[in-house]
Design a protein around this ligand. Sequence first.
Ligand code: SF4
Ligand code: SF4
Ligand code: SF4
Length: 232
Amino acid sequence: MQEEKENNQSRRSFLKKSAAAGFTALTAGTALTGDKLLAESNETPRKAILMDNRLCIECQACRVACQNENEIDEEYSFIKFVSKESGEYPDVEYRLRRDSCFHCPDSPCINQCPVDALYKGEGRFTTLEVEECIACGQCQQACPFDIPEIGEERMYKCDACQHLLEQGEEPACVSTCISYALDFGDFEDMLEAGQQRVEEIKDKYPNAELYADYDYGLLLILTDTPTELNLV
Ligand code: SF4
Ligand code: SF4
Ligand code: SF4
């Protein structure tokens, strides 16, 4: 137990805390450690999606694949692209920031749900039991990142394609991304892969970093600071 605690502390010590890509709300997150969450956190190996923003060509194929795979109405989306504008006319630049659920290990949304419709599923991704949801919106209020969307009868949010994970497959967004901007695997493996990718691009991008936060499931490679890239 002591050894596990020390490992966690050393792991956390090299994780970079992030204010990236709309993640300024990280600091507003509440660390919840209810018995239910602790019990669930030991059940299944933690998986993660690593995003390499450098390789993203903003094609939005991942969003479309997600909507098709999960058969969700077009007005809702588990993956959102937020348009960010920088510069002044006529030198205006536009970028898209890709936002989706972070699957926080101590998810505030899970603890706030009054009907226990949210739980940690395969890969420890925060998952919705759709039939249980009463669309009350309490998870939306609790989420530091404003991720859940509330429809008439249910909430909408990424669950990392639980039905695919149960068959040993990757989430649809990952297998669809043609530019390999997305990768999927064990959290620790994705962490290592991210660090390796950053080392490989340091010559070209001296400010490149892997933005990672163990408490929020964040794994993101940026070639410069979030501010320089106009992502915040
Ligand atoms: S499919 Fe890949 S490259 Fe296209 S927007 Fe999604 S993450 Fe970016
Ligand atoms: S909905 Fe929000 S609080 Fe819940 S796991 Fe996703 S990012 Fe975290
Ligand atoms: S909207 Fe659904 S998932 Fe969210 S807190 Fe209410 S019942 Fe739970």
